[in-house]
Design a protein. Structure first.
Length: 207
């Protein structure tokens, strides 16, 4: 696997972004498909540096990022997962469940991005908020998702994210920088170009 230091050259970001200044930080926003539920109940978004609302991408500049997240769990395959072991490279965390329509919409994009960016050192993990092993495996087989997911029916993993993700805001994708800090959040179905643009940024930072 090639580390992030070997990467160079960022793709241009999506043309549909607009910019917003909030609290002295520059945030980049882009509309995407709405999440399965309203995110008005997202806890502690102000502390995390986020603008609330579904269908947006929020990018946090390095100086505005909160403390690193520490996410532990056991994957469907029975392997231990600890995000701190992946420090030094970006990590993509996707919160999903099998019967969520936007999760199915974004699955091909996640598959394509994982295929390309895992070779650049980016880690990938899913957090499944509902499914037992059978339905989760059927979804992954259907869409060709090969990175691991952690079952989180009791909400313990989501709770460990310090308000970065609402338990009801599915799908949500977090991009962590090489230090484990949240660099971006996508509330709703993620598209491939947006994922690539956000990962290019954190890879460039780590190079």
């Amino acid at each position: 696997m090639v580390g992030p230091a070997a990467w160079s050259g960022a793709r241009p970001g999506p043309n549909r972004r607009t910019t917003l200044r909030l609290g002295g930080s520059l945030l980049l926003l882009a509309p995407v498909l709405a999440a399965c539920s309203n995110s008005s109940d997202v806890a502690s978004e102000a502390n995390a540096g986020y603008v609330s609302g579904d269908g947006v991408v929020v990018e946090i500049p390095p100086e505005g990022r909160a403390d690193p997240l520490e996410i532990q769990g056991t994957t469907y395959d029975g392997a231990d997962f600890d995000s701190t072991a992946l420090r030094g490279a970006p990590l993509l965390i996707n919160v999903w469940y099998a019967s969520c329509p936007p999760c199915r919409v974004e699955a091909p994009a996640l598959k394509a991005v994982h295929s390309e960016y895992s070779a650049l050192g980016v880690g990938f993990v899913g957090v499944n908020t509902r499914d037992k092993a059978g339905p989760a495996a059927a979804f992954e087989d259907s869409f060709g998702i090969t990175y691991p997911s952690i079952p989180d029916a009791d909400g313990a993993v989501i709770a460990s994210m310090d308000g970065s993700v609402s338990p009801n805001a599915v799908p949500t994708t977090l991009i962590l920088d090489a230090e484990g800090r949240v660099a971006a959040r996508i509330a709703g179905a993620a598209d491939q170009s947006t994922l690539e643009s956000l990962l290019d940024i954190v890879l460039e930072e780590a190079a």
